[in-house]
Write a new protein. Structure first.
Length: 256
């Protein structure tokens, strides 16, 4: 019986991971475009609400906005950058909230798709972070930034033939690549798990007898995974933002 149920399961086609139909044919505006638009609007609202005239005792949305920005400042910037880090609050807060809002749609019914499970999003943000921290290094140290990054002081000159290629790869290739792949892989894996248990639960509930009872446990797993993926959505946004802050801090304070 179980083999019959499992054989009858209908999962979304694999091309759903790379191709989405347009909401309005011919416009190119699909599910991922909608999520990205929402993430941009929601992130902008947080800044606008947090920046408006402050009440003596903030309430409601303003209190939430201020608490969110304060978390970025104290939980990410102060820890990873330190002195001079406040100047990079807008970028890091934008990255954090954009990633989080793009992730959270994984658990929203009907949409049920994290925008960051599509490689284009994480890859763009990884490259953007690369450009940003390199710009910080050049702005504060000029072209010496590249010299210190590729030719670390204190290393015997004979070893530069080995060290310099490694430093180039680790700083300018591996960093943005690992940022993108980590976010993409985690969100894609979570999405596949949720879809698997959702399809399995529906199939089991449509049967009669013992298998329908097993469906209750499958539904419980689906609820548990939904809560877990909510935590993962936040955690991945935090990891992306704090690693970006570490790279910015390294460009700003290369001696530390």
């Amino acid at each position: 019986m179980l083999s019959v149920v499992l054989g009858a399961l209908e999962f979304p086609p694999i091309d759903n991971l790379v191709v989405w139909p347009d909401a309005i044919e011919g416009t190119g505006f699909n599910k991922i475009a909608f999520i990205n638009l929402f993430a941009v609007v929601a992130t902008s609202l947080i800044f606008l609400i947090g920046a408006r005239k402050k009440a003596l005792v903030p309430k409601g949305m303003q209190n939430l906005a201020e608490a969110s920005v304060d978390f970025i400042q104290k939980g990410i910037i102060d820890q990873a950058i330190g002195h001079g880090g406040a100047a990079y609050l807008p970028y890091l807060a934008t990255i954090f909230f954009f990633v989080f809002f793009g992730n959270i749609f994984e658990i929203i019914p009907v949409i049920a798709m994290p925008a960051n499970a599509r490689m284009a999003n994480p890859a763009f943000m990884g490259l953007l972070t690369l450009v940003f921290f390199v710009s910080v290094g050049i702005r504060h140290h000029g072209l010496r930034y590249f010299k210190d990054a590729l030719f670390p002081p204190g290393v015997p000159k004979a070893l530069y033939l080995l060290v310099t290629p490694i430093e180039f790869l680790s700083t300018f290739i591996v960093r943005p690549f690992s940022l993108a792949v980590r976010l993409f892989a985690n969100m894609l894996a979570g999405h596949i798990l949720l879809v698997t248990f959702a399809v399995l639960t529906i199939a089991l509930f449509e049967t009669i007898g013992v298998l329908s009872v097993i469906g209750i446990f499958s539904f419980g797993m689906l609820v548990g995974l939904t809560g877990f993926e909510l935590m993962v959505s936040f955690l991945q946004a935090y990891v992306f933002a704090i690693l970006a802050a570490v790279y910015i801090g390294g460009a700003l304070h290369p001696d530390h």
